[in-house]
Design a protein. Structure first.
Length: 366
């Protein structure tokens, strides 16, 4: 990945984590999950770990491949060059006499934890759980700007694909997906957010169908689930189209999902319980007799990862907050016939959610 400019928000983010470190009575936090290292420093290399000191001293460790890159991307932290980044920082913590060291237990293997314990000089290792992920859930202005651009690229790519006749009978799911991916890349995306889903006809009833050589046929539902990554941030959108005049059952299912999706969007607000947001959309589908045909959660957070906190589902926990980007993506899937999912990326706001994916949700007939 190409180098980026130093992230002016990184120091603010580190200070937020530092406050949590102090509150927990820790001397430092050892951050090993690469996406969290990026969030806290701007460093995008493939090897690195970060030591956040309660005393304000921060050290980024990476290997010799990234000496210059780390200096450019994270000029406001100390740097240590060692291929065994996390163990090297544990040694540094021991040299500084740190006694309580937080670590990302959800990221560290049993073997690495044993190494850290050995290298930390008797310091107590304390789980941070997902402290950084909790900080990442609500985005700052710089992050929201990148998310808006990622969503705009995806919207424009789909519009260009449709205008060019790229979704048509005779084309394969694979061809449509590659065409869409190439258009996103041509519009400036770093990469697709994930493997683009193109699901046609009966395949559209499979929530996460992988594209195949099946040719699109007149009368098919065509479900497109895709996104663009821009500046490291992921967009996520699903639209379901139909080739040729829709059958009555297709209009019925589509309208049901559209009403449910609107209900889910309307439920987004700071303080809203994620389970209640899921229920707002799910109840619409259940009341129509299709509860068994909606088997996944309503949505999830998006950002540096395509699936982030919060989880908006029947099994989720917690409440939404201002500046949290989330998806709202109900679906109804009829095995052997076809399915519909409609998904947007939105940002939770006090005066109503900000819609980032703006492609029409009216049924598009091609």
């Amino acid at each position: 990945m190409a180098d980026t400019n130093p992230d002016p928000s990184a120091a603010v983010r580190r200070d937020r984590l530092r406050a949590a470190v102090r509150s927990a009575g820790l001397d430092a936090a050892l951050v090993t999950k690469l996406v969290n290292v990026r969030y806290l420093t701007g460093f995008t290399g493939s090897n690195g770990a970060l030591l956040i000191g309660a005393d304000g001293t921060d050290v980024l460790c990476t290997d010799g491949r990234y000496t210059l890159q780390s200096a450019r991307q994270a000029p406001d932290v100390q740097r240590l060059i060692d291929r065994a980044s996390a163990p090297a920082l544990a040694t540094r913590a021991a040299e500084r006499g740190l006694r309580r060291l937080g670590y990302e237990s959800h990221d560290v293997t049993v073997d690495l934890a044993a190494t850290l314990t050995d290298r930390a000089g008797g310091a107590e290792l304390v789980s941070l759980a997902e402290a950084v992920e909790r900080l990442r859930a609500a985005k700052d202005d710089a992050e929201l700007a990148l998310l808006r651009q990622a969503c705009a690229i995806a919207d424009r790519a789909l519009a260009e694909l449709i205008a060019a006749g790229g979704i048509a009978a005779g084309r394969t799911e694979l061809a449509v997906g590659r065409d869409l991916d190439n258009r996103m890349l041509g519009l400036g995306a770093d990469a697709p957010s994930f493997e683009t889903i193109v699901a046609s006809g009966p395949n559209s009833a499979v929530p996460h169908h992988r594209p195949t050589g099946r040719e699109l046929v007149t009368g098919d539902f065509v479900k497109l689930d895709f996104g663009a990554t821009y500046g490291g941030y992921h967009s996520d959108m699903t639209r379901t189209l139909v080739l040729g005049p829709p059958a009555g059952w297709q209009r019925e299912v589509y309208e049901l999902v559209a009403v449910a999706q609107a209900a889910g969007r309307a439920a987004l607000a700071p303080g809203a319980d994620v389970v209640e947001v899921d229920r707002a959309a799910r109840d619409v589908i259940v009341a129509a007799g299709h509860g068994d045909n909606f088997g996944h959660g309503l949505g999830h957070g998006v950002g540096l990862e395509i699936h982030e906190a919060p989880t908006v589902s029947q099994l989720g926990s917690g409440r939404l907050a201002d500046r949290m980007p989330v998806t709202v993506e109900p679906g109804v899937y009829l095995e052997g016939r076809g399915g519909v999912r409609i998904e947007d990326t939105l940002v939770v706001r006090p005066d109503g959610p900000e819609l980032l994916t703006t492609t029409t949700k009216d049924l598009i007939v091609l």
